[in-house]
Design a binder for this molecule. Structure first.
Ligand SMILES: [Zn+2]
Ligand SMILES: [Zn+2]
Length: 389
């Protein structure tokens, strides 16, 4: 009954690729072996338009359909691993100590290769497909998706719509989750330096104690969320680093506070940048101190476009049936740098079930190879839906 059966033969091959990539994880932009592996596989499928070295180790390959002229759509997979010591105890565990595919990007790469093999053999679509293999999804700004957009891939390859997919522990194998609008959060970080006046801890009256002021600022920032933000809109402000004096008897002259901001709404990033500074400065000045402030914008929220979300839902339903596609999936505030591609072009990002496994970024995580045929099938169905002859 399930259309997925026609992708089972590719699953066996993609499993070998996936496990090879899992054994050989590389980080950020330093994906020389991974990029070579991907390029060789694409060439072996008879794909002859392959551009390498985009954003250092990124690749874009084009497959033209047999159905005549039409638009070009982009399908994106990320290729980088994480600096984690693997504890999955799988026979295909990482051979590179300290590097690990703990976010499933080995599977993402293998699935897009599987789709490339099938699509280059059948070409049952009009227009073209641009296969985007990106480096450095995990690092903070500037990440690989941002740089590939900056280097002009959307214009250069004439991409009019772009699609992404991520494996998701907690969703059953063979099921998909997606929603229109925001599906993933933004990530911005901030640094505050509270500048007081240091001195002896036994004579606080002769100092302007930045530790006490920092404590007030940390609590004050929480009221930006609880008292100043619409309760129906999501904003997280987390202070994650605090650096003060290194002795029992010294009041330092400054304290450093750092943290992160997550939200689903671009407007709340502007609010956070403006109001964190205003609150910190106001509190510090009230005690005769001052602040230095830096706000570092990283990944924007991942926002699915309505029309492309419908295409993605239709493709997934064609593969697994409507009961296995949740089109109102619960959003996460985790950041995903595919968001930059969705800022550049309309598109949609879908979650693919990994079953009840360890979470992504956990040392015990492993991409479930049973998911491969569903991911490959989704890409093929999506192309044949969006570029139907
Ligand atoms: Zn990740
Ligand atoms: Zn990831």
């Amino acid at each position: 009954m399930h259309n997925v059966e026609s992708f089972r033969d590719l699953q066996r091959e993609a499993t070998e690729w996936r496990r090879y990539l899992h054994e050989n994880p590389e980080l950020d932009y330093r994906l020389q072996n991974t990029a070579r592996f991907v390029t060789e596989k694409l060439a072996s499928f008879g794909i002859n338009h392959i551009e390498t070295g985009i954003a250092e180790t990124g690749i874009v390959a084009l497959i033209q359909g047999q159905g005549g002229d039409g638009p070009t759509i982009g399908l994106r997979a990320d290729m980088d691993a994480l600096p984690i010591v693997e504890a999955s105890n799988k026979p295909w565990s990482s051979k590179i100590p300290g590097n690990m595919h703990a976010c499933g990007h080995d599977g993402h790469t293998a699935m897009l290769l599987g789709a490339a093999k099938r699509l280059s053999a059948t070409r049952n679509f009009k227009g073209s497909v641009a296969l985007i293999f990106q480096p450095a999804e995990e690092p903070e700004f500037p990440s690989g998706g941002f740089r590939m957009v900056q280097e002009g891939i959307m214009d250069r390859f004439g991409i009019s719509q772009v699609f992404g997919m991520h494996i998701c522990p907690g969703i059953d194998i063979g099921k998909f989750g997606i929603c229109p609008g925001p599906i993933g959060g933004s990530q911005d970080d901030f640094d505050i330096v509270v500048k007081g006046k240091g001195g002896h801890a036994a004579e606080p009256n002769r100092t302007i104690d930045p530790v006490v002021i920092a404590a007030q600022i940390i609590l004050g920032l929480q009221t930006l969320v609880s008292r100043r933000t619409d309760p129906l809109e999501s904003l997280v402000i987390s202070v994650t680093k605090l650096n003060a004096a290194q002795a029992y008897n010294i009041i330092p002259d400054h304290v450093e506070i750092s943290g992160t901001v997550r939200t689903l709404l671009p407007g709340l990033r502007d609010f956070a940048e403006r109001e964190i500074f205003a609150a910190a400065q106001g509190i510090a000045r009230g005690f005769g101190a001052d602040v230095e402030f830096k706000y570092l914008r990283s990944v924007p929220p991942t926002i699915n476009h309505p029309e492309e979300t419908k295409l993605a839902v239709a493709a997934a339903q064609d593969l697994v049936g409507s009961a296995s596609v949740n089109d109102a999936v619960k959003v996460s505030l985790g950041a995903e740098d595919f968001a930059y591609m969705l800022e550049a072009r309309p598109g949609a990002y879908i979650l693919l079930g990994n079953g009840p496994t360890a979470e992504c970024h956990n040392p015990a995580f492993d991409f479930n190879d049973e998911a491969l045929s569903y991911g490959i099938g989704y890409w093929v169905k999506l192309v044949e839906t969006a570029l139907a002859v």
